[in-house]
Design a protein around this ligand. Structure first.
Ligand SMILES: Nc1ncnc2c1ncn2[C@@H]1O[C@H](COP(=O)(O)OP(=O)(O)OP(=O)(O)O)[C@@H](O)[C@H]1O
Length: 552
């Protein structure tokens, strides 16, 4: 998807508001030009001492233009920002929805900090694009054309001078600026993404970097990226400064040239003397409206770089293809059957081969194997984050490829090894599983995960904050809380990925026992490194080996 298509798609619902903002901007700038023209005429005319009644219309017009200019400018800002913020919101939702669809397999090539930079900084660039590029250019184009018409009507040569000056400031200077600074402006967004990634890497890895004495090298890398960003900013600022100077010069030249053309016209008798000031001073107000155009052109280049990065994410291919004609998820109880399945993250390089397993209500299956043997890949297949490259997975006889991923994930719940706990209360973390759960249901899930006594003993109970990444809890408590959340969501089939990783033997054995008991009549696939303590499961499947029935 190209960046302008993306912008068009998210901006369409706000097109009406944007148009009103442009109209208010045109009216405000028009009032500015009208104020200057009327005031110029009024001063010239007043110098001839006419009866004051002859000046009344102009006096009232000056007042009306002066007051309405401020009011209209306020309206333009208000409506323009309202429209742009709506577009921003729509773009953020679109990007988030896309990330949701891509995660996790489709995001492998992106760094997290860079994605955050895209979500925040690059999306914000759209605000700049609409309020500081589109609006000023639209307003300057309309007001410029109108003013050239007015001045040209009074004194054609002065109109030509004004038209040339406006073309110079609005088109020529931005084009020259783009030629000198386009590369620098377009590099801002990627360089900011790189800088964010380096900074987050440094912060996360700081203890290891300090322990190995490698912090200086990482800092040097960060400094080098920062230096490249500063160099780009310096180049861009130099070109902005030059453009501002050239624009000011062009404005001055236009006024002088307009004065010369007007004076010639007055001498030739084609322009009444009191209109000379109108011809000379009106361009000042028009150039005020056009003065921001070179900076707008620069912002355009930077915003285009940001939008391209967003369009890249939106155009990234889906890791799994959603069905054209989706099948209904059959009513429970559910049975998931995996037959001769192979899977690859990279096409042509399968990492699991010929896996068979069945998860029917109440059945517990353990999936064991060495690190890297593909256990988590099997989990990804079951929740349809990945489709098999050979073999078949069915849910109650329906091929999983025919069921939309979201619906599969309503039946099959995945509890990853590092289930994320949000930096909020125990209750809010549980409610991710089921938003509308009653307190009794929350307590029941905690009881099933053997966490209720501990929560009841806390001074704040369910309102206890868990800290960033659940750091205020022990490793075992974190996993039990994540399990309670999964139980609350009431999936028919639960895939538990290394739930006892990094726990001591006794805690791990107790947790495994508890979670298998808590799953009750649900089907459970327990992925684990540990081969001991699996006496409670019905079958142990060793990846790459023949399945070993443990109990009937
Ligand atoms: N999102 C991904 N993109 C690309 N390759 C991946 C992805 N996830 C896993 N792999 C690759 O698939 C292979 C199997 O990895 P997987 O995580 O399934 O193994 P595992 O048995 O769960 O390992 P561990 O026990 O260490 O967690 C590895 O070679 C890994 O590099």
């Amino acid at each position: 998807m190209s960046w302008w298509r993306l912008l068009g798609a998210v901006a369409r619902p706000a097109a009406g508001r944007l148009t009103v903002a442009v109209l208010a901007g045109v009216a405000a700038a028009g009032a500015g030009v009208g104020l200057m023209a009327t005031a110029a005429w009024l001063i010239s005319r007043a110098a001839l001492h006419p009866p004051v009644l002859h000046l009344m219309v102009a006096i009232v017009a000056v007042r009306a233009f002066g007051i309405s200019r401020g009011v209209l400018r306020y309206a333009e800002r208000l409506i323009g920002h309202d429209a742009a913020l709506r577009v921003l919101g729509a773009l953020r939702v679109r990007l988030y929805t896309r990330l949701e669809r891509l995660a996790p397999a489709g995001l492998a090539e992106y760094r997290r900090a860079d994605l955050v930079q895209r979500m925040v900084g690059d999306v914000d660039a759209v605000l700049d694009l609409l309020t500081r590029v589109v609006l000023p250019y639209a307003v300057a184009a309309v007001v410029g054309a109108g003013s050239v018409g007015l001045v040209g009507f009074l004194c054609p040569p002065a109109g030509v001078v004004l038209a040339l000056g406006l073309l110079g400031v609005g088109l020529l200077v931005p084009l020259l600026q783009a030629a000198t600074a386009r590369r620098a402006d377009g590099r801002f967004a990627p360089l900011r993404g790189e800088l964010a990634t380096d900074a987050v890497d440094l912060l996360h890895g700081l203890p290891d970097l300090v322990a190995y004495g490698a912090a200086d090298a990482q800092l040097a890398r960060l400094a080098a990226t920062d230096a490249r960003l500063r160099a780009a900013q310096r180049r861009s600022s130099a070109s902005t400064g030059t453009s501002a100077a050239v624009s000011a010069l062009a404005t001055g030249l236009c006024v002088v040239a307009g004065l010369a053309a007007g004076a010639v016209a007055v001498r030739a008798g084609t322009l009444p003397g009191e209109l000379l000031a109108v011809v000379v001073l009106t361009p000042l107000a028009v150039f005020e409206a056009a003065a921001g155009l070179p900076a707008a052109a620069q912002r355009y280049a930077a915003a285009r770089g940001s939008l391209r990065r967003l369009a890249d994410v939106c155009a990234a291919p889906d890791p799994v293809a959603e069905p054209d004609q989706p099948a209904e998820v059959p009513a429970g109880p559910h049975t998931l059957r995996v037959s001769g399945v192979s899977a690859a993250w990279v096409p042509g390089r399968p990492v699991v081969h010929g896996v068979d397993l069945e998860l029917s209500p109440g059945r517990r299956v353990a999936l064991v194997g060495a690190s890297g043997s593909g256990k988590s890949t099997v989990a990804a297949l079951l929740v349809r984050w990945l489709d098999p490259c050979a073999g078949r997975i069915t849910l109650d006889g329906v091929d999983l490829r025919r069921i939309p991923g979201d619906q599969v994930r309503r039946v099959v719940g995945y509890l990853p090894e590092d289930a994320y706990l949000f930096d909020t209360t125990i209750e809010e973390n549980l409610r991710i599983g089921r938003r509308d759960a009653t307190v009794a249901q929350l307590r029941a899930a905690l009881a099933d995960a053997r966490l209720l006594d501990w929560v009841d003993g806390l001074p704040l109970g369910l309102d206890t904050p868990v800290g960033e990444h659940g750091m205020a809890l022990s490793g075992g408590q974190r996993r039990r809380l994540a399990l309670a959340r999964a139980l609350l969501a009431d999936f028919s089939i639960l895939v538990l990925d290394e739930p006892t990783e990094h726990l001591d033997e006794a805690t791990a054995a107790a947790l495994t026992r508890d979670l298998l008991a808590a799953a009750r009549d649900r089907a459970v696939l327990l992925i684990t490194h540990r081969t001991d303590g699996l006496s409670d499961v019905d079958e142990v499947i060793r990846l790459g080996a023949v399945p070993t029935p443990v109990a009937a």
